[in-house]
Design a protein around this ligand. Structure first.
Ligand code: SF4
Ligand code: SF4
Ligand code: FES
Length: 537
């Protein structure tokens, strides 16, 4: 692999790489605002300036400049090298670059930093970006000086309503155009643009438009400062109190990689952010997926119920066994869930195998709209995982929900042990009521309504779980918070039902399930970037 020298360190690069991209891959941060690895190069912020040393034996390209001489109290003529933006500078084998070791680059960055803050309101205490703002971080790393301009700042539009999800503050905007380029290049919707120049530069909406496509929250994500804030997250939490786990979005079968940010003090999830995975979602998520974290706390089933009345989990398990045992294995059906992890589904499959149950069905959320960017029409995160397991362990694909309803109506199913919360055809759900349904559900919905016995399952954010996306990639979503209320991972309830039925299962811990899973669906592990790499993008 060809290399170049950056501050005397050898950096490998691929043909076509820019210096900043190669440096980032090597774990070296060249400070930047406007550059983003997933967008075109604008080279407008000048924060990434570096000094390119001339080839040995050749003179450096020097510029005449005026420099203030403290002793003379006047400007004097001086010379300095012409600095290059690392985000636009193509890497060439053998080139020598100085970044942190160049006094000129260091001075230029401090100047850029001072310039960007000239008209900034410095309202960090009330800004939602505080704690993860490039202006704050780079001021500390590359400037650290008081502003010399004492005049009133130039005031520009504040709290501009850009659309259903985003608020814009022009005074905090450094006009890096990341948001404009994201809309143009990733979404293909020229809804944002820049107007005016210099101090007056600001981002505006296209006439008659709102920022209302399916990926609006990514504009806030790419904004390196607090100019674009998400209405959903504004004023809700301070980021330094939040912790993150690497999760997988539950919104559709694409399985975008995410970070789930939660506050461990109140066990509350506050947001989803995209996590880089070039094989799945690159750097992005859709709005539906980003906001999907809200379901962790909305519409949850937090206690067990028997015949619609609150019960202890222990009583509900005993009642479940009483309802299921008399039916006999030939008329008992299991309903797997495309929304639950492979661990949960595997547990139910193992119970069916132990009991000799032959009737397996599966369902999930109904399909919805999709696009060619990320959004899949299948709104279930684990259809492929359920299908893989059923084929491997039950000898075939499970039948769909309408087949289960037909079997109930035809009398060949006498009771159902169901996993999940929603069904693909809600209109048919009421027909399940003819037979006893024991449901292990996370959310209120069609299955909870039909259940004679309801066991509260924890959500994906409350347990480690494996989800196989539409491309067949098995990915682990990590546990963020403790199970809410009296909920437990669904596989534990399956274990509880098995115990009451007097059946022993080949697992007792999550680890055992993971072992079986790895044999049937090779796991990608927790794929994607590290938190540190993401923080640098
Ligand atoms: S709103 Fe943010 S992303 Fe857009 S130009 Fe301003 S600073 Fe850059
Ligand atoms: S495309 Fe699907 S998986 Fe990705 S963020 Fe959106 S809903 Fe989630
Ligand atoms: S990152 Fe903005 S000019 Fe290079």
């Amino acid at each position: 692999m060809p290399t170049f020298l950056l501050d005397d360190r050898e950096i490998e690069f691929n043909p076509g790489d820019t210096v900043i991209a190669a440096a980032e891959r090597a774990g070296v941060d060249i400070p930047h605002y406007c550059w983003h690895p997933g967008l075109s190069t604008a080279a407008n912020c000048r924060m990434c300036l570096v000094e390119l040393l001339p080839p040995e034996g050749r003179p450096a390209l020097l510029l005449d400049v005026l420099r203030f001489d403290e002793e003379k109290g006047d400007y004097v003529l001086a010379r300095k090298p012409k600095l290059q933006p690392a985000c636009q500078l193509g890497a060439v084998a053998g080139m020598r670059i100085k970044s942190q070791t160049s006094e000129h680059a260091v001075e230029a960055r401090a100047a850029v930093q001072e310039f960007l803050l000239l008209n900034h309101p410095v309202d960090c205490p009330i800004c939602d970006q505080a704690g993860e703002c490039r202006l704050q971080d780079y001021w500390l790393e590359h400037s650290g000086k008081k502003k010399r301009m004492q005049d009133e700042i130039l005031h520009r539009p504040k709290a501009v309503d850009f659309g259903p999800t985003i608020v814009y503050d022009a005074e905090r905007c450094i006009v890096c155009t990341r948001c404009v380029r994201f809309c143009d290049e990733v979404v293909g919707d020229h809804v944002l643009d820049k107007r005016e120049r210099g101090n007056l530069g600001e981002i505006v909406l296209a006439p008659g438009r709102k920022l209302d496509h399916e990926y609006t929250l990514m504009t806030e994500h790419v904004c390196p400062v607090g100019a674009l804030t998400a209405k959903d997250f504004r004023f809700k939490a301070r980021v330094w109190f939040l912790r993150s786990v690497r999760s997988v979005c539950q919104g559709c079968a694409t399985g975008c990689n995410a970070y789930t940010d939660y506050d461990p003090r109140n066990q509350t999830v506050y947001r989803h952010r995209p996590r880089e995975n070039q094989a799945v979602n690159k750097y992005w998520m859709c709005d539906e997926g980003v906001l999907d974290y809200r379901r962790v706390h909305d519409g949850r089933i937090l206690t067990a119920r028997v015949a619609g009345k609150k019960a202890s989990v222990e009583d509900a398990l005993a009642e479940a066994a009483q309802r299921l045992a008399p039916v006999g294995k030939d008329k008992l059906a299991i309903l797997l869930s495309f929304t639950h992890s492979s661990e949960d589904n595997l547990a139910l499959i193992e119970l069916a195998r132990a009991l000799g149950v032959g009737q397996a069905y599966a369902t999930g959320r109904p399909s919805g709209s999709g696009d060619k960017i990320l959004r899949h029409t299948d709104k279930n995160p684990n259809r492929a995982g359920v299908s893989q397991l059923a084929q491997a362990l039950l000898g075939g694909l499970p039948l769909d929900f309408s087949a289960l309803v037909a079997a109930v109506e035809g009398g060949s199913v006498g009771a159902v042990l169901a996993l999940g919360s929603s069904v693909e055809d809600a209109a048919l759900a009421a027909k399940l009521k003819r037979v006893p349904v024991v449901a292990i559900s996370t959310f209120e919905g069609e299955l909870a309504q039909q259940a004679a016995v309801l066991l509260p399952a924890s959500s994906w954010a409350e347990a480690d779980g494996t989800f196989v996306n539409a491309g067949g990639l098995a990915q682990v979503s990590e546990k963020a918070i403790e199970p809410q209320g009296e909920s437990q991972p669904a596989w534990r309830h399956v274990l509880g039902v098995a115990g009451k039925l007097g059946v022993s299962l080949p697992f007792s811990r999550a680890k055992d399930l993971a072992k079986v899973l790895s044999a049937h669906a090779p796991k990608a592990g927790v794929s994607g970037s590290s938190a540190a790499a993401e923080a640098q993008a």
